[in-house]
Write a protein that binds this ligand. Structure first.
Ligand SMILES: [Cu+2]
Length: 145
């Protein structure tokens, strides 16, 4: 039986995390993964990234022990079709907020080592250029916050 209370607590503890280094300060919140059928090769993940520092923040990668790899994708409407393309980094100017969300920028989390279930939390590490990495939890949900 699942420990619902424990899962919810973990979400709230993990829901916001930040890192400070030099003049880069980044806060990450509202991380989630869109639930997908258990056979899915990849799932999409989202989060809100705030640059609360004075310098440019750069996200250069995301890792997780739960997935074989994680890519950062942008989405673009082309010829009436939504296409995804990998981007090498996310740049967030001082004071700016970048929201990864359905139809826009997202994480592509490839090959989970076990099927994900609704309510699961997944630890990911957001790698920043020139600052400490940030560990956040993404909750598996069927819809946005
Ligand atoms: Cu994608």
């Amino acid at each position: 039986m699942r420990n619902i209370t424990g899962a919810v607590m973990a979400v709230w503890i993990g829901v916001s995390a930040s890192a400070l280094a030099g003049d880069a300060a980044v806060s990450i919140s509202a991380g989630w993964i869109l639930a997908a059928p258990p056979t899915s090769h990849a799932v999409a993940g989202y989060m809100t990234i705030d640059n609360i520092g004075t310098g440019l923040a750069k996200v250069v990668g995301v890792t997780s022990p739960v997935f074989s790899r994680i890519a950062i994708h942008g989405s673009k409407q082309e010829d009436g079709m939504m296409r995804m393309r990998a981007v090498s980094e996310l740049r967030i100017a001082s004071g700016e907020r970048l929201v990864l969300q359905p139809g826009g920028m997202h994480l592509m989390l490839v090959e989970p080592n076990a099927p994900l279930q609704l309510g699961d939390t997944v630890a990911v590490r957001v790698i920043l250029d020139g600052a400490e990495p940030i560990d956040v939890l993404l909750i598996v949900r069927s819809n946005p916050w």
